[in-house]
Design a protein around this ligand. Structure first.
Ligand SMILES: Cc1cc2nc3c(=O)[nH]c(=O)nc-3n(C[C@H](O)[C@H](O)[C@H](O)COP(=O)(O)O)c2cc1C
Length: 68
């Protein structure tokens, strides 16, 4: 039966560890989205993953410097 992990899995590397080691099939993130509405973009950056940006944001994608 598929399982979800939830609760304080805020850091992308922590969430990735849960998935890579088969501790859960999906990681559910709650409050981090309140802290950082751009969390998917920031998490992808941390993980070195390529994800699609919303079309209106594309002009800002090039030369993005991660400030956090
Ligand atoms: C604004 C908000 C709304 C939530 N709504 C639900 C909900 O409708 N059903 C639910 O099972 N959990 C809900 N939760 C709990 C989250 O799914 C999660 O269990 C909790 O926030 C802990 O994970 P986190 O540390 O990633 O925030 C909500 C949490 C927040 C912050």
């Amino acid at each position: 039966m598929p399982s979800a992990a939830v609760g304080m899995l805020d850091h992308p590397l922590l969430a990735e560890e849960v998935l890579k080691n088969g501790r859960a099939d999906v990681v559910a993130v709650g409050r981090q989205f309140l802290r950082d509405p751009y969390y998917p973009l920031h998490a992808a950056r941390v993980l070195g993953a390529e994800i699609a940006w919303p079309a209106p944001y594309e002009k800002a994608r090039k030369d993005w410097k991660y400030l956090v």
